[in-house]
Structures are given as structure tokens and as C-alpha cells.
Design a protein around this ligand. Structure first.
Ligand SMILES: Cc1ncc(COP(=O)(O)O)c(C=O)c1O
Length: 373
């Protein structure tokens, strides 16, 4: 459709894009700080990943990436986890993307058309809405159940009766930690065979609830699972994520990406990370220990907080959240203010790192927000 001429001479984009604001996150100047603001791994990747990256010959940089064997490595990694896979997973059931962000974008590009509905919960991960918006989709966001940020199961089930094109479930949910049992995810998918149900399992390693140990994609072809090496294996900077589902769905989602969207350094790092599951397990165990420590300290101090799934918690400072966020930054610690977000306004989202890192956070936070010792 022809866009009306603009007075300033700037060529207008599609009307859906004109309505969008660029998705921006405060990503600059974070090096050297204690980064508790993006739920990243706070200690870096396995030394084996670093070794593999250092061993990359210069020639590799001049050649387009190769993906041979990567899907097989993902399947082997999943099958070897304690919960394992209920059914054999063919490598074609794994799509490789430029981070889970790339997968989310591709899913909505492939499945979301103008006027279709994206059903999700609120508040949730902030990148779903712009990806739906750029497709001209309508968004129906069901609030979590209060108090406690429970998953609004009945309300989501009722909304599924209206056949939204896509249901995006963040499990556990970022930022509320809301968890949904795997069999309930399957019940939602079974109730809406014409809706693509996408489960973003970015943080499942910290609390379980993955559908992969019980799913049969032949029986439930409308379910797609997103997994990333960003938050547990520490590859956030390299950008690699996976979409796992029925081969026909993965094929369709992969059709809207470029042939080399995932770079070869990320591929090399992913192979090494997938082979060193012990590193991830040790990191996850440390984060869970740190969570226990933080929770006991916050309970002792009688401050308002909320923690459930994932490697993060919500904390309500006595003083305005943005002021506390800024003062923590001055002290070298980054957290995210949730100011203005429904249900969690006034809180800070604090990622969980190692016990030592959380001790440092609490010591500084005590001074800034007047937490009792
Ligand atoms: C719920 C959720 N999904 C996806 C992403 C993006 O993951 P990736 O780094 O693999 O693109 C994030 C990052 O914060 C997230 O919190």
C-alpha cells in the first residue's frame, strides 16, 4: 500500500513499523560491573568454550558458518539430561536461531499476520509485543493472578477458545517467576490445536517444568519450545538459541531467517558448551544456593520481595526504585527497575549470581536502601 508523502522527506516504513518504538535495553557501559540486570550468567562460560573460541583458525572467519552436527549435538545434550526426552527427537526438529530473540521474531513473522492475535500473560518478557506489533498483530495479555503472580490458567484457557494465532508462554515467566507445570502446558496446547503454543523455556534449568521430558511432537504438533545458551551456559554475547518442535513447524519458522544468521563463533562455542553440561549444572546449583541465601537474608530484614522460578527475584525498595537503581549503578551494581510495569510497579528485578556476588549486592543494598543488618 502506498504511504502518504511525508513533509520532512523521510520515507515512511510500513504502517505497523511506523507505530513501533525500537526495542531498547540499557546495554551500554556494563563491562566491569556486577551485572544483575539481564539475568545473564554472572561468571562467564565454561573454560572449554573459551579454549574452543581461542583455537578458531583465522580461515574460519573468512568462511560462511557451517551448522553440520549442531542439531544432533542439541538432541544428544537434551537426551543426556536427568529428565531426558520422552520420545526420540530427530535433528530436523531443532531450529537454530540468532538467540531466542531471533527465534521469537521468526515465529511471529512466520505465523503472525495482520489482525491475528498473540495471546500472552502480563507482565512478561518485553520482546514478544514488538515482534507481534511489527506483524500488525493484536495482543491480548492476561494478567497474572494476584496475590502471588499465579499463572492465570482458566483465563488463558478461556481466551484460547477464541483461537488466537499464537500463545506465547514464558515458563518460568520473566520477570514474575511464575511457573506452569508441564502437563498444564500440554493441556493448553491440546485445547487449541489451531493455535501455535510457544513455550519460552529460557530459565527452566533453574526450576524445571520443561515440557521436553514429556512431549511427543507428533501428538502435539502445535507446541514449540524455545531454549537458549545465553543464561545458563554464558553465551549471551554470541547469540544462539534453539526452537524445538514438530519438524514441519520448525521448517516454517526457519523459512523466514537468512541462511547464515547464526555466526560461526557462536556455533563453535555452542558445540563446546553442549559438551560441558557439568559446567552448567555446577553454575545452576550455585545460583540456587545463592537464592536460598538471599531469601533468608530478605526474610530476616522483613522487606517485600517475590521469588519463584528462574534466576531472578523482585524486590520492593523503601525508596523510589529508579533512585535505588541509579545509586546501585554508582556503586558498580546493575539491577533493573520495573517502574511502570503492571503488577510489579516500584520493584527492582535482581538477577541471582553466585553467593559471593549476592553477598556484595546485599551489603551495598543495605547501605543504599537502609535495610537492617
Ligand atoms: C524470557 C526471555 N526469552 C528470551 C530472551 C532472549 O534470549 P536470547 O539471549 O537467547 O536471545 C530473554 C532475555 O532476557 C528472556 O528473558
Amino acid at each position: 500500500m502506498t504511504q502518504p508523502p511525508s513533509a520532512d522527506g523521510v520515507i515512511r516504513a510500513r504502517s505497523d513499523v511506523e507505530r513501533l518504538k525500537a526495542y531498547s535495553a540499557p546495554l551500554e557501559g556494563r563491562r566491569g560491573m556486577l551485572r544483575l540486570d539481564f539475568n545473564e550468567n554472572t561468571i562467564g562460560p565454561s573454560p572449554k568454550v573459551v579454549e574452543a573460541l581461542r583455537a578458531i583458525p583465522a580461515e574460519q572467519l573468512a568462511v560462511y558458518p557451517e551448522y553440520d552436527g549442531l542439531r544432533e549435538a542439541v538432541v544428544a545434550n537434551l537426551a543426556a539430561l536427568p529428565a531426558g526426552l520422552a520420545h526420540d527427537l530427530a535433528p530436523v526438529c531443532v531450529g537454530v536461531f540468532n538467540g531466542v530473540d531471533g527465534a521469537i521474531h521468526a515465529v511471529l513473522q512466520a505465523y503472525g499476520g495482520a489482525g491475528d492475535t498473540l495471546l500472552t500473560t502480563s507482565p512478561t518478557f518485553g520482546y514478544y509485543a514488538p515482534c507481534a506489533g511489527m506483524q500488525g498483530m493484536a495482543i491480548e495479555a492476561v494478567p497474572h493472578q494476584m496475590p502471588g503472580y499465579g499463572f492465570p490458567y482458566e483465563a488463558v484457557m478461556a481466551a484460547l477458545a477464541r483461537s488466537p494465532r499464537v500463545l506465547m508462554l514464558c515458563n518460568p515467566n520473566n520477570p514474575t517467576g511464575t511457573r506452569l507445570e508441564a502437563d498444564r502446558v500440554l493441556s493448553l496446547a491440546a485445547a487449541a490445536p489451531n493455535t501455535l503454543v510457544v513455550v519460552d523455556e529460557l530459565y527452566e534449568a533453574f526450576t524445571g517444568d520443561s515440557v521436553l521430558p514429556i512431549i511427543d511432537f507428533n501428538a502435539t504438533p502445535n507446541l514449540l519450545v524455545l531454549r537458549s545458551l545465553a543464561k545458563t551456559a554464558g553465551l549471551a554475547g554470541l547469540r544462539i538459541g534453539f526452537a524445538i518442535g514438530h519438524a514441519e513447524v520448525v521448517d516454517r519458522v526457519s523459512r523466514v531467517t537468512g541462511p547464515y544468521d547464526v555466526n560461526s563463533l557462536a556455533v563453535t562455542a555452542a558445540f563446546a558448551a553442549l559438551e560441558d553440561q557439568a559446567f552448567v549444572d555446577t553454575y545452576v546449583a550455585e545460583v540456587l544456593r545463592a537464592r536460598e541465601f538471599v531469601v533468608s537474608e530478605l526474610e530476616r530484614a522483613r522487606v517485600r520481595f517475590h521469588v519463584d522460578g528462574g534466576n531472578y527475584l523482585l524486590l520492593w525498595p523503601c525508596r523510589p526504585a529508579s533512585a535505588v537503581e541509579a545509586e546501585l549503578r554508582d556503586a558498580g551494581i546493575l539491577v533493573r527497575s520495573m517502574v511502570g510495569k503492571p503488577q510489579i510497579d516500584g520493584s527492582l528485578r535482581v538477577s541471582l549470581g553466585s553467593t559471593e556476588q549476592m553477598r556484595r549486592f546485599l551489603e551495598t543494598y543495605r547501605l543504599i536502601d537502609g535495610l537492617p543488618d
